[in-house]
Write a protein that binds this ligand. Structure first.
Ligand code: FMN
Length: 225
């Protein structure tokens, strides 16, 4: 596949057929994904491939609390889980908001769920002393996670980076025996998608890119290639 086609069509798949995703294909996907960049080339990614149904159901259950909050905040017109604005949604509202099935069911339905972790002992978290939520560590793991989805796309499979279960990381770690110095970054259902999206909805370049400084002129050209 043409690289640009892959980039434009790798969507978040949440519905899967009954088709298996055999170990040899999974191996190939990870064998391609491992060429992702990471800070200092430390390659702190670790992957747990979960096929057992009971464990996948537990992962879905662990996603539910954060999914409830996500849905409740969305219904209140908030940007869910953002670390800047204080939420006006109270605990009782969250409790009575059902977890949307689309946020939990894929983990039960997919033939394999990858729990993608990073070893924090090898991550250069250069923003760790700032008074804001850390984002730099993610840059050493999400290129790898995205490579998994790109490789899966090339092999005719698909999945989604999900992070809701990470809100329950202590329980997640107990479930899978993950050590303290390792962080869970994504819980990724993978399988054969029921359908493929080919037109992803994304903002135009001029809506997010600006010239020279924040608030500068939008980066736009008269005749895009
Ligand atoms: C960091 C990150 C976290 C995400 N977490 C979740 C999640 O917990 N559950 C989920 O269903 N999708 C999750 N997604 C998928 C996004 O919702 C999806 O990429 C976005 O809606 C675009 O979907 P599309 O490519 O199908 O257009 C996450 C994506 C990223 C990059």
């Amino acid at each position: 596949m043409d690289l640009y086609d892959v980039m434009r069509t790798t969507f978040a798949a949440r519905e899967f057929t009954d088709a298996p995703l055999p170990d040899d294909v999974l191996f190939t996907i990870l064998d391609r994904a491992r060429f992702a960049p990471s800070g200092g080339n430390r390659q702190g990614w670790r992957v747990i491939a979960v096929r057992e149904r009971a464990t996948r159901e537990a992962l879905a259950a662990l996603s539910a609390p954060a999914a409830k909050r996500y849905a409740a905040q969305q219904q209140a017109g908030e940007s869910p889980w953002n670390p800047v604005d204080r939420s006006a949604v109270d605990a009782a509202t969250i409790e009575r908001t059902p977890a949307p099935a689309r946020l939990t069911e894929p983990l039960k339905q997919a033939p394999v769920v990858l729990v993608i972790c990073v070893d924090l002992k090898v991550v250069a978290a250069t923003d760790q002393n700032l008074q804001r939520v850390g984002v730099v560590s993610g840059a050493s793991i999400y290129p790898f996670a995205w490579n998994v989805l790109l490789a899966a796309r090339c092999e005719g499979f698909a999945g989604t980076i999900t992070t809701l279960a990470v809100a329950e990381e202590p329980a997640l770690k107990r479930l899978l025996g993950i050590p303290d110095h390792v962080a869970v970054c994504a819980v990724m259902p993978l399988g054969r998608p029921v359908r493929s999206l080919t037109r992803l909805r994304r903002k135009a370049v001029a809506e997010f890119a600006m010239r020279e400084r924040w608030g500068g002129a939008p980066l736009a050209v008269d005749s895009p290639r």
